[in-house]
Design a protein around this ligand. Structure first.
Ligand SMILES: Nc1ncnc2c1ncn2[C@@H]1O[C@H](COP(=O)(O)OP(=O)(O)O)[C@@H](O)[C@H]1O
Ligand SMILES: CC(C)(COP(=O)(O)O)[C@@H](O)C(=O)NCCC(=O)O
Ligand SMILES: [K+]
Length: 249
């Protein structure tokens, strides 16, 4: 079996594939290395042979996780690395190694699925947009605070914005103007994300008319999915790119 990991700034997304790669044996989202190991130990019938991972964390943290995985499961671990070019996509950054690896893999996955121009939108700790032209040229992208950062800035830099996660979830059942603090903040931040999306769509239209595919991914993608009627919600887009960047022989 193959363990796949996407280590973002807030959460580790994991899944275990059967060795023929065709079927998902198990998957989940965890907040720490320790809970990843716990979740994996809790699986009956787990037989890991390989692991591939992408991380946007500091190399110390990533190396620590790799060591833990090797010790716990005796797996071989492949880590995705930056590239100037791969899968027909050309990294558009001045310094290609500076482009976030999760963005790069989502772009590889998107370009492979679209086989044409695409706009890749990822809603995690940060919200990111990347533009890939039909010939595979990465035109660049945008980074702004995602939902967790926006709400936490308000919570920590004001005196009177305090609420719990359950209230936050309930507040997003509608997007009408809020009548409580939690509604006002949660809906306000959601509309910020939607505004970001609409601006990216306008830019993509100015480049490519109507001839492009929009991909939505990341833990908060469903908050904006309504704003992109023809968008493709692909929660595992980073994993699609990860398999391309780390093929197993
Ligand atoms: N099952 C889940 N577990 C954790 N967070 C989730 C889940 N589903 C949606 N989310 C939301 O996803 C966001 C984090 O997205 P994610 O793509 O995991 O971020 P990152 O890659 O930066 O760690 C959080 O705002 C969180 O509320
Ligand atoms: C932009 C990001 C912070 C997004 O991280 P995430 O929200 O997925 O945790 C990450 O891709 C990153 O650290 N990038 C390096 C900077 C760059 O892409 O220019
Ligand atoms: K991510």
């Amino acid at each position: 079996m193959i363990l796949e990991l996407d280590c973002g700034n807030s959460f580790i997304k994991w899944r275990v594939l059967e060795s023929d790669s065709a079927r998902i044996f198990a998957e989940g989202v965890v907040g720490s290395d320790a809970s990843l190991i716990d979740s994996l130990f809790a699986l009956t019938g787990l037989a890991l042979r390989d692991c591939r991972l992408v991380s946007v964390r500091a190399s110390d943290e990533t190396n620590q996780l790799v060591t833990t995985l090797v010790e716990a499961f005796g797996v071989k671990v492949l880590c995705a690395a930056s590239a100037r070019q791969m899968g027909g996509v050309r990294n558009g950054y001045e310094d290609f190694e500076r482009l976030g690896l999760d963005r790069w893999l989502a772009m590889l996955g998107g370009f492979q699925l679209a086989r044409g121009a695409c706009l890749v939108l990822d809603f995690g700790t940060a919200a990111t947009a990347d533009f890939i032209a039909a010939d595979g040229e990465h035109l660049g992208g945008f980074i702004c605070p995602g939902m967790p950062l926006m709400r936490n800035q308000l919570r920590t830099h004001t005196r009177k914005i305090r609420y719990d996660d359950i209230a936050a979830e309930r507040a997003l059942e509608a997007l009408s103007p809020g009548r409580t603090t939690v509604e006002a903040v949660e809906r306000g931040c959601t509309l910020m994300l939607r505004g970001f999306v609409l601006t990216q769509l306008e830019l993509a239209r100015s480049y490519w008319g109507g001839d492009f595919t929009v991909f939505l991914t990341g833990g908060d993608a469903d908050l904006v999915a309504d704003s992109v009627p023809h968008g493709r919600l692909v929660p595992d887009l980073v994993f699609v790119g990860l398999a391309m960047a780390c093929p197993l022989s």
